[in-house]
Design a protein around this ligand. Sequence first.
Ligand SMILES: [Zn+2]
Ligand SMILES: [Zn+2]
Length: 151
Amino acid sequence: MPKTFSLLRALKDDFPDITFVESDTFRWSPEDTTVYYRENEDDGLLLHEVAHAALGHTQYTRDIELLRFESEAWECAASWLSKKYAIDIEQEQIESMLDTYRDWLHKRSTCPSCQDTGVQTDKNHYSCLACLAVWRVNEARTCALRRYQTK
Ligand SMILES: [Zn+2]
Ligand SMILES: [Zn+2]
C-alpha cells in the first residue's frame, strides 16, 4: 500500500533543498530542483526521482546518458533510499523499467534504411556509419510517461 503522505513528510525533512510538487507524472526537474510525483502511486517511483535529485542528475544530452542516469537512480533508490525509508523495491520492477529505456534507445538508434545501429550526433539526430543515412528523433518524453505506456 502506498503511504505517500508519511513518506513525503520524511523526504521533505531529509531533503530540504528539494521542492515536491504533485503532478500527473513522476519527474525530476534539475532546473527548478523539483520532484514531481503522483499522489498514492508507487512509493518506489517517488524514491527513484529523489535519487535523481540526490545524485545531482542534470538534463541529459545523449540518449545513452539518460540510460546511465536511470540505472544509477534505480541503484540508489533500491539500496540506500529503500533501506532508509523501509520501502521495498523489487529487482524485477527495476529491470522492466530499465528495459523500457533499452527498447526506446534501440528504436531510436536503429537506422531506418539499413537497420544498422547509428550514432547520436546531437540531441535530436542520429547518423548511420554503414549507409550514411541521417534521421531525426523526437524530443524524449519524460521517463515516467514512457513507463506508464508499458503498463
Ligand atoms: Zn528516472
Ligand atoms: Zn544505415
